[in-house]
Ligand binder design. Sequence first.
Ligand SMILES: Cc1cc2nc3c(=O)[nH]c(=O)nc-3n(C[C@H](O)[C@H](O)[C@H](O)COP(=O)(O)OP(=O)(O)OC[C@H]3O[C@@H](n4cnc5c(N)ncnc54)[C@H](O)[C@@H]3O)c2cc1C
Length: 661
Amino acid sequence: MAKTLYKKPTIKITYFTDPLCSTCWIVDTYIDKLKQAYKGIITLDIKMGGMLESWEQLEFQDKQIQKADYLCNLWENESQKNGVCMDSEIWKVNPVSSSYPASIAYYAAKLQDENKAYSFLYTLREMLFLRGKDISQEEALVTSAIENDLNIDDFIDDFHSGKAEELFKADLVIKRNWNITEFPTLIFFNNEQEFEKALLYSVESNFDKQYSNWEEIIDRLSGGRALKKIENVNALDVLKHRTRLSVRQICILTDKKQELIEKELRKAQVEGLVVLERIKDFDYWRYNDTTFHIKSNRLNDRTLGIIGGGIGGLYTGFAAATADVSATIYERRPDYNYNGFGFILLKNGIDALDAIGLKNEVLKEGNSINRFTAIEPNGELILERYLSDCLAIRRKQLLTMLLKGNKQENVEFNRHFVELEANEDKYQARFADGAIVESDILIASDGINSKIRNQLFPDYQLDAVTEREIVGLVHCENVQFPDDQFIKIVDTEQGVYLGVLPLGNSDFIWFIQFNETIQAVNSTDFSDLFEFSISLAADYPNDFQRIISCTKENELFYWTSKRMDLLPAFHDKNTVIIGDAAHPLLPFTSQGANSAVEDAATLMAILTNQCKSETLETAFDDYYETRKISIQHYLKEGDLLLNDFVNLSLNKGFNLPLSIH
Ligand SMILES: Cc1cc2nc3c(=O)[nH]c(=O)nc-3n(C[C@H](O)[C@H](O)[C@H](O)COP(=O)(O)OP(=O)(O)OC[C@H]3O[C@@H](n4cnc5c(N)ncnc54)[C@H](O)[C@@H]3O)c2cc1C
C-alpha cells in the first residue's frame, strides 16, 4: 500500500457562543472570513454557552448598575465601534427573558441539519440585533425555523421533548470543564488534538488584530501547512451569499477600503442589482434577488403624476425617489390620520417592498404569522398549515414607512382629482379646485372606486357579491391566542367565518365574514354592528367573544365585498392604472395591498429599464402582460374562495383563505 506522504491539515474551531452575545454578532463576520480563507481546512463546532439563564435573576456585583441601561450602553458602544447595528432599545422596552430557549432551539435545528442550524442561529441574531425581536419566545424560534426550511413538526417536537435540551446541557458541562466564562471564546484544535485558546471579549477589542491572531494560531497548529486562499472578491460576490451586510462587514470580507466598496455599491444600486436598507444609523446592503430591478435612470427625464397616495401610490413615489425620478403624489385626504386597520403581507408583497429596501423594516414592524388554523365553532380542528413569508401589519405602519421614502414636498394633500382631460396624445388631470396637472406619465392609484378606471373603462363596473364583512381593530390582553397564528372559525350552520389576526403586543384584527342573503345587519351604526357580531359569536369559544367585546366605537368597520372582471388593458395614452384601481380583488385572497405594491414595483422596474427610443405604449403593454397572469390567478382564486364560502360545507374540505403562488 502506498504511504501517505501528505496529509491535508485540518483545524477544528470550537466556538463558544450564545444567541444574545453581542460580540459574537460582530465576530461572526470574521469567522465567515476565516471560513472563506481556509476553505476545506477549518471546521466549526458551535457550543452554546448559556449566557443568560434568566433576566429576572441577572444581577451585577455593583448593585448601583441598572442592568437595562448597562446593556443598552454596551450595545450602543459596540455597535458604533464596529459598524454593525444592534437594536439596543430592546433592553429597555422588552428585555429578552433568557437565552436558553434559543440555545435549545439551535440544537433542535442541528438535529435536522448542521448547516441549517448555523443559518438558523444567524437568523435569530438578525431578528434580535436588527429588529429588536424577543428571541426567547417560541413564536420567534418557529419563524426562524420556517425561514431556514426546517421541518417544523420535528423542530417543535425536538425543542419540547428534552432531546435538544440534553445536547444544550452537555455543552454547558463542556463549557464548565474548559472554564469558559466569556463569549465568544474560540479554541483551535489540530489533528493531534493540540489546541490554542483565543479569548475575544474586551471593551477595547480590535477585531482586525484578533483576526490576524487567529491566522497565526492556525499557522502554528498546522506547522505552516494550512495555506490561506487569497481571492479577489467584490461587494456583490459577498452579498450574494448573505442576507444583508453593513458597509463595514463588506470591507472586512473583501479586504477593501470603504470608499472603494461604497463606489462599487452605488454603481450596482443604479443598476438595481443591490438595495440599500437604512437600519437605525447604519447602511445595510442586500443583493437584489427579487424580480424587480428598479434602475436609477431618471426615466429619461419623464415626470410622474400619481393620483392617490394610498399603498400603491406611496410605493410608486418611494421607488421614484430612489430612482431619482421626478414624481408628485396628489392625495384627496387632508392627512393620514385615518389609516384603516391592517392586512396580511405575503411573499409577493414582501418581495416588492424588499426591492426598495424595506424588507428589514417590514419584518421589524410586522408580526410574523407562522400558521393558519381553521376550527369549528366547538373548537375542533379542521385544518392547520404552516406559512412562510407571511406577516400581519397595520396599514398605518406600512403607510408611514412608505411615506418616509417620499420627499415631503412631493406629497400634496387635499388634492381631489375629478377627471381626465384628453389633450392630443396625453391625458391631463383636473382637480376639484379647477387646477390642471400635466405629467409625462399619470399613474392612477386612486383605489377601488377609481374615477380614472371608470372614465377609461366605463363598461367595467364593480359587482357587489353576497359576502359582507365586519372588521374590528382591538387591544385585548385577556385572551390566549398565540401571537403567530391566524385563526378562523368556520361556522357552517350560520354560514359565517370569524377570523382573528394577531398584530403583536395584544393587538388584533378580527373580522366576521357573513352571507347577506342569510344574515342581515339592521344598519351600519356601531351599536348595530357590535350587537350583531356579539350575537353571531355567542356560542364560539370565550376568547373569540372577548375579542369582539373589546372593540371600541371607532374601531369597527363594515365592508361590502366587490369584484370586477379583468380589464382588457391597464392603460390609455399616458395614463396607467395600478392597485385596487386596476383590479379590485376579493378580501379572501388577502392580495389587495400585496398586489398594489407588486404592480408598482413591476411598473417602475419596466419603466426604468426602458431605452430612450422605446415608447410608453411598449412599457405599459409589458406591464399589463406581466401582471395579467397573477391577477387572473387571484381573480379565479377569489371566486373559488367565495364559492366555498357561499356553499359552506365541511365535507368538501376547506381551502386556505390566502392567495399564495
Ligand atoms: C383609508 C383606507 C383604509 C383602508 N383600510 C384597510 C384595511 O384595514 N384592511 C385592508 O385590507 N385594506 C384596507 N384598505 C384598502 C387597501 O389599502 C387597498 O386594498 C390596498 O392597499 C391597495 O392599495 P391602493 O393603493 O390600490 O389603494 P388604497 O390604499 O385604497 O389607496 C387609494 C388612495 O387614493 C386616494 N383617492 C381616491 N380617490 C381619489 C381622488 N379622486 N383624488 C385623489 N386621491 C384619491 C384615497 O384617499 C387613497 O389614499 C384601506 C383603504 C383606505 C383608503
